[in-house]
Design a binder for this molecule. Structure first.
Ligand SMILES: Nc1nc2c(ncn2[C@@H]2O[C@H](COP(=O)(O)OP(=O)(O)OP(=O)(O)O)[C@@H](O)[C@H]2O)c(=O)[nH]1
Ligand SMILES: [Mg+2]
Length: 439
């Protein structure tokens, strides 16, 4: 196989800043550094130097760092140029690196090389993207746990147990003619039951991590004039939406992100649901109906006049029903435990609302083991758990050692796929194309 070519990209975000970084990776990185700086640079060294183009014009002065393979992010020789954070300077320097033999890196190509050089497994590589994109501290921590290999470690651990169980099963199958050789099924069962428990725990931590990263959508819906926009404004702490006593004030969906206990959520205010001849309002109601289907949580707002007529809500989505305006409509009716009584105006009942939102959305928002993984990982783990449980049943029924062996083989394939040991080029391409250039 021919050695991969040398790639280069601006590693810092576009725009002006204190520092800009060009990253170069591959066999020619050192040579390019020498041509740009006019100096030889040693491994692990950083040198302050002139950066010059191929016609010897000064582009900028800055630091040049050299990470010798395999002790670099990609596992190849990597050189980084730190310049002043100007797009123009960075583009001139990048063009120079290309002139001296690099080519433009594709999105995620540095991380892809790190993966191909076994610096990271696939879960860790994807965690890099999640860490870059994380918009809350908890999401960043969860991505970092994956990047540090916590999820991969747990998957490896289960992998080892299944390998052991499989070899015990296969040892029995190797002596089919010796009828008196019995497989001791207890250790196999023990290993598999353990694996199943661990898998369920991994799925739980992964689901918790997902909540942190997904930016759950909370849709505020209800009939006109019940106080939906007022509720949005109170939750966001500013006057995002127009509030008035005219029914049908909000005609569009209004989105705003908030941080709740360090977790980012999207709040969406909607047009009040009612039958109307107004074309614009009707479009608003149609949008409300659409967005309700995609909600992670619905805050269904009512007041005394519009008390719980929720037939237009999707049934399968968690909903908190709120009876607003208790400051003017004191609660003369018996308190319905399923309805949260609130006054957006006075703030009464807000602490309860926040608590209910947290409970409804965050499976366990203090999970110190939450890890960030993709839905396909969770799906694969859930499938695996079912396979392992089926294997235990087939072993207990004493009928299917061959079947058990086959099931375990499939389970291991699933695990390998999660860790990226067997992954098609298409999937890899898809994964890394979602990264930014320079990472
Ligand atoms: N007294 C009282 N008035 C409230 C409360 N919440 C909202 N209001 C008033 O109710 C009226 C309607 O409020 P909005 O927030 O515009 O209601 P909405 O549900 O967004 O209405 P549409 O956009 O028309 O669907 C406004 O006059 C608010 O000031 C509350 O808790 N108490
Ligand atoms: Mg409104």
């Amino acid at each position: 196989m021919s050695a991969p070519d040398t790639i280069a990209a601006v590693a810092t975000p576009p725009g002006r800043g204190g520092v800009g970084v060009i990253r170069v990776s591959g066999g020619r990185a050192c040579d390019i550094a020498k041509k740009v700086t006019g100096k030889t640079i040693q491994a692990g060294q950083h040198r302050f130097s002139d950066f010059r183009d191929n016609e010897n014009n000064l582009i900028d002065k800055g630091l040049c760092l050299y990470f010798q393979r395999p002790h670099s992010y990609t596992g190849e020789d990597v050189v980084e140029f730190q310049t002043h954070g100007s797009d123009t300077v960075l583009q001139m320097l990048l063009q120079t690196c290309i002139f001296f033999g690099a080519r433009m890196a594709k999105p995620g190509e540095f991380t892809e090389r790190a993966f191909l050089n076994n610096k990271l497994d696939l879960v860790q590589a994807e965690a890099v993207a999640d860490l870059i994109e994380s918009r809350s501290q908890q999401a960043a921590r969860s991505a970092l746990r994956s990047l540090e290999g916590k999820f991969s470690e747990q998957v490896h651990d289960v992998h080892d147990e299944i390998v052991q169980a499989k070899s015990l099963v296969e040892a029995g199958l190797d002596f089919p003619d010796e009828g008196d050789i019995q497989i001791d099924i207890d250790p196999v069962k023990h290993l598999l039951k353990n694996a199943s428990i661990k898998l369920k725990q991994i799925v739980k931590h992964a689901e918790n991590g997902q909540v942190l990263n997904r930016c759950a959508q909370i849709v505020i819906a209800g009939e006109p004039n019940v106080g939906k926009s007022s509720l949005l404004n109170r939750l966001t702490g500013n006057d995002t939406a127009i509030v008035s006593d005219v029914a049908g004030t909000t005609r569009d969906t209004i989105k705003q992100n908030i941080l709740l206990e360090g977790i980012e959520l999207t709040l969406i205010d909607t047009a009040g649901i009612r039958k109307t001849d107004d074309v614009i309002e009707r479009e608003g109601v149609r949008r409300t109906t659409d967005i309700l289907q995609k909600a992670d949580l619905i805050l269904y707002v009512t007041d005394k006049d519009n008390f719980v007529a929720s037939e237009s809500l999707p049934e399968n989505i968690k909903t908190i029903t709120i009876r607003n305006k208790i400051d003017i409509y004191p609660d003369e009716s018996a308190q319905d435990k399923n309805v949260l009584h609130l006054s957006v105006k006075t703030g009464e009942g807000f602490a309860d609302l926040i608590e209910q939102i947290k409970q409804s959305l965050f499976i366990d928002h203090h999970d110190e083991n939450a890890v960030t993984v993709r839905q396909r990982h969770i799906d694969a783990l859930v499938t695996m758990t079912a396979i392992i449980d089926d294997t235990v049943i087939s072993i207990e029924s004493h009928e299917g050692m061959e079947l058990a062996g086959e099931l375990l083989r499939v389970a291991l394939l699933n695990l390998d796929e999660i860790l990226g040991k067997v992954t098609s080029d298409d999937i890899l391409g898809e994964i890394f194309s979602r990264f930014c250039v320079g990472k």
